[in-house]
Structure formats: structure tokens, C-alpha cells
Design a protein. Sequence first.
Length: 443
Amino acid sequence: MTLLVRAGLLVTGTGQELQRGWVLSRDGMIVEAGSGPAPKADEVVDEPNCVAMPGLVNAHDHMYQWATRGYVPDGTLFEWLRALYPVWARIDADVVRAAARAAMARLLLSGCTLSADHHYVFPSGQAGIFEALVEAARELGLRFHPSRGSMSLGESKGGLPPDSVVEDEDAILADTEAMIGRFHDSSPGAMCRVVVAPCSPFSVTRDLMRESAELARRHGVRLHTHLAETLDEERFCLERFGRRPYELMEDLGWTGDDVWYAHGIHLNDAEVDRVAKAKAGIAHCPSSNMRLGAGVCRVADLLRAGARVGLGVDGAASNEDANLAMEAHQALLLARVRATSPSALDARSALRLATRGGADCLGRDDCGSLEVGKCADIACFRVDDLAHAGIQDLVAGLALAPPSRAQTVVVNGRVVVRDGRLLTADEDNIARELAATSARLAG
Ligand SMILES: [Zn+2]
């Protein structure tokens, strides 16, 4: 089965921008790319009014949070978490399925083709939550890296979450290993890879962090956690462990090219260099960071130091949308505000964070660019609509005026969005189910 995608302008993600460029894929992988006369194919998608680019990559998310959007609209991270933990304690597989379908539909419709998800709430007695995430991705056609998250440090032991939402550590490790065995696919072009992801320094023990790292490395899977998101977290780590958050990661074996962190905001100069030297990744989540007033990630400094930097929408409870193009836009503006200089991050670099940068964080050298031998994951954005018509630099325009919807999206050589509509599920039905689920959870 071959698919040809042709566009007004093809951005390969390797520095080439080709007028009337095209990409030919066979069985999900790109076999030829070029411009001008195109080869024949079983299926042809021609979008002369679009810019086609590598599918966007979401490096940090909590999809279940689509069922709890709009809570604590003006709180800090810790205030927001304390209010939401008791609501999250009531989630089950049905809630997670409805929320994940909404999250994934929105991501696909905005041009995202590869997404991580960090799921760390497993209320006792509720089976099938992780499975619901994996099944939703299969149904909707999203390339997916579900992270088996965890919380084990409850309030009674000095942690932030109430005891009702934490799990036993042996059970966490056993279930994580079981999920790797069932769903992890290490082969090139994989549609599902499992990640090991204890939640944060204030919700898990040091023992669980160490053992999780050992488990992940035994199975050759990646590690992910929240790091240096707020100054409250920094104070917590200094008081409880006598360590800054990144120092704690170094103590626990949580550094290296198989680790990526969400946020990485409050890093000092030496830590920025150490993150880069370790080849660890940072998932920058500008909308969430601004919504929670968490701080401003040092994206330009991290890039200069050589760190891997991707973008994440974060959970929808702290960013009521999931649009990677909007995150590229926010990242561009925020980097310039931080530096008081427009040269801090240019538009193409911002889009690179949303594509190749995220793929680097997720350890996907087969995603994030449109080249022969890579996955056929492609997003096409209209540039003749009211929002973009006449913009001089079409590529910069996608970062300066982020599209809310893609015209065509291809994942693994399969068209999943066409004419701005999801082909794999009914968008209105997903929205109705999400509204009912959110209302039920609110009680
Ligand atoms: Zn997060």
C-alpha cells in the first residue's frame, strides 16, 4: 500500500523547503521524497494550498485530565494539585477512555502524530486504566508512548498527594513490568512504546525512583518524570532531601540520554550544562507553565548548551487545550520575553522543537523529519484560509499565527484527518461523551 502526499510547500524538517514537494510512503515508511512531477501511488492526497511538515510531537501530557478541565483556574501548582487529587481519586477506566479519546482527537486534529502520555493516577481496585489509554490510541490511529506513572509518597509520609491516591511500591513495579511486557514495541516504526515514569519528587520515594530506573534499563525503555517545575518543588527538595531537584536526579541515577524531564524550569547555569552533557531531554510546556505561573523555562540556554528540547501540551487541567502549534507559538514568544530579544528563538526553531525536538526526547530517530527511511507521519496546514492568507513567510506564519486545526494528518502512512475532520472516530460523539464524563466526575 503506497500513499503520496503532495503540498504547496513541503518542509522536510532537515532544512529543505520544497515548492510542490511530495512524500511517497509504503507500509508506513517514507520511500521517496522530492518536488515537481510525483510518482504514482495507490492513494494520493494533494494539498496545493497547504504547507506539509513532519507531524508534531507531544512530549508531555496527562490525557485523563481532559475530564477535569477548568478546575482552580487561578491557583499555583500545589494549590491546583491539592484541589484535584480528590477528584482524580475517583477516575476509572471509563473516565480515562473518554478523556483520552478527547485528548487524542484534539491532538490529531491539530497535526500531532506522536504523543507521550504520563499517567500516574491508579486508584485502588480500578483495573484497565493503562489498557484504556493504549486502546484509545489504537482506535484513533495515534503513534503513542504511554508512560506508566506512579505516586507512592502520601501525605502521611510527608508527600503532597493524599494517601487515597498513592499505590504500594511493589505493586507499581510489578504492574509497570507487566505493561512493558504487553505493550512495548522496540522495533523501528513502532506504534506503541512504554515508558517508566514516577510522578515527581514530592509524590514518590527515592527508593521507587531508583528501582524504576533499574527496571527501565533492564528492559531498555525510557524514563520520564516532572522536574524543576516550581520554586515550591525546589523548596520541598531542599527541605526534605537537602538537594536541589536536579541534584536529586543525579543521586538517584535519573540522568542520561534515556531520560527526559517535563518542564525543567528552575535549573541554574551549572544544571543547564549538566542536563545537556548528560544528553537528557526537556519537555517544555509553555501554556501550562504560564497558566500555573510556574516560571519560564530557559529554552534558549538549554539549546545553546546542546540539550534536547521538545514541547508538551501538558495535562488539559492546566492547559485547557492540546495544540502543539500553539505551544510552538507560546515557546517562541516566551523565549523572547525571557531574553527581551526577538533573536532568542526564531520561528523555524520553534517548529523544530515541536517536531524533531520532541522526537529526540522520546528517543525516536525514525520520527520528526520527512526523509527516506523515516515514519510517514505528516501534518498539512492550510495557508489560504483567513488566518494565514497572504502571510509573507508561510513557515514562520505557522509559528506566529498557530493554526488551530490541520487540514490533513497522516500517521504511519494512514490518513487519519482529512479536510480538517477526524476519520477514525466521530468528533461530536467524543465531545458529548467527554461532557457527560466530566459532569459525572464533578459529582
Ligand atoms: Zn505534567
